[in-house]
Design a protein around this ligand. Structure first.
Ligand code: FPP
Length: 225
């Protein structure tokens, strides 16, 4: 089935500012990193990749930056849909759609429909996403068991590896339920500079970690046999 890797792609703005470029240039460079990671993810054993592209709190950013980010997402969908189908990548967006531009929503729906049968990698992009709001919506829809909550949150497997680039060490309302037992990795590398080599090293460390899910070490070793 493959690992579920979730990434908080932080540090784009600072990457651009350090180069005396507008912040949107950092996001554009970040979109190039997204393409590179998608390319290698299946070979690295990743089955589900969830990327935090726009949080519900990101609406607080200057309108030019917000517009620029949505433009980049639209460009990505427009240019990459065919490549996603060819690579067997299923695309889904998670998050609210009612505040997005109708054109972007249409593009999201088209890419989701075009890739629905793909099974090499499930790429989930969080747009206007808040984990707390998603949980509230699931509760409002009547979820009362763990399985029902997980299904209403999109039905993806639990997160195995959660990575945040850009040096900050916080979760910022991302996949709080799904990451209950995720292994956390924080790197100072800004997202535009994040390489598949670094991703590979993180996955190597992940594989060496002892995941006990609350059990005592000996019990876990026994259970895994
Ligand atoms: C955080 O960096 C990054 C974002 C809010 C946007 C991430 C979006 C992309 C990489 C664009 C394309 C995405 C896809 C899926 C094609 P920041 O701006 O908070 O950086 P800073 O902390 O240095 O200011």
């Amino acid at each position: 089935m493959g690992l579920h890797v979730a990434i908080i792609m932080d540090g784009n703005g600072r990457w651009a500012t350090a180069r005396r470029m507008p912040r949107i240039a950092g996001h554009r460079a970040g979109a190039a990193t997204v393409r590179r990671v998608i390319e290698e993810a299946p070979a690295m054993g990743i089955g589900t990749l969830t990327l935090y592209a726009f949080s519900s709190d990101n609406w607080k950013r200057p309108v030019e930056e917000v517009t620029g980010l949505f433009m980049l997402l639209g460009e990505f969908l427009e240019r990459e849909t065919r490549a996603l189908v060819e690579k067997g990548v299923r695309f889904s967006a998670i998050g609210r759609r009612d505040r997005l531009d109708a054109r972007l929503v249409r593009m999201i729906e088209e890419t989701e429909a075009a890739t629905v049968g793909c099974g090499t990698l499930h790429l989930r992009v969080a747009i206007d996403y808040s984990s707390r709001d998603a949980l509230l919506a699931a509760a409002r829809d009547g979820a009362s068991t763990r399985e029902e909550v997980s299904a209403l949150l999109g039905g993806a497997p639990d997160v195995d590896v959660l990575i945040r680039t850009g040096g900050e060490k916080r979760l910022s309302d991302f996949l709080l339920w799904e990451s209950a037992y995720a292994e956390l990795f924080f790197t100072a590398t800004a997202w535009p500079d994040f390489s598949n080599g670094e991703l590979g090293r993180i996955l190597e460390e992940f594989r060496s970690r002892d995941r006990r899910f609350g059990a005592a070490p000996a019990v876990a070793a026994f259970a895994l046999r």
